[in-house]
Design a protein around this ligand. Sequence first.
Ligand code: URA
Length: 226
Amino acid sequence: MIDEILINNAASLLEIEKLVTQCERCLLYRTKTKDVPGVGNEHAEVMFIGEAPGKDEDLQGEPFVGAAGKFLNEMIESLGWKRGDIYIANVLKHRPPDNRDPETSEADACWPFLKRQIEIISPKLIIFLGRHSMTRFFPNLKISKVHGQAFRKDFLGKSQVFLVLYHPAAALYNGGMRETLKNDFKKIPLILTKIDEVDFIKNPPKEKHIQSDTTKDLKIKQEKLF
Ligand code: URA
């Protein structure tokens, strides 16, 4: 049994990947084809978190390689980035059969892997792709209300900023949502700049919403969840 202590002691993403291959913490290992621990840069400033591997991801062992992944790549490239500049992971590291929603027990079982990945990467910005990853961290938020908004909270010993985006698969064939996702995506560079403002991190303002000329629609709330 891969226990939490073992996962917490993993010193690198490679070690986590090895542990994922041996994982039987939930039953999804029985139906998986490949392990899908995550992909990208161990020193990424930006980490995307999706829901769970689908059929293509299960076959190839890499997150977001199907139709939703192509759409995600387009948006990443529109910022002048490559997949290798960022890190992409899912809440679940193994595919739920027939692409059903992750069960809470599965997400709980997989959580130590995601948590350790975040600790090792220590990204400046965590971006949720869809409500399943968002509710793992912010159970009370409604994605239709908060997509495109950034939140910060104390997480794993640091002041972490999170951005909520619609899931690319949900937006793919829905014209309105697709445009919304693309527009929300364009806010990423601005949010990164905002995080870079040292005073802002050291002395977070008391106001719930921070407004400036360029960040009228960027709301950063302080919320403590864990
Ligand atoms: N959807 C996800 O949430 N993750 C993937 O890796 C692919 C599709």
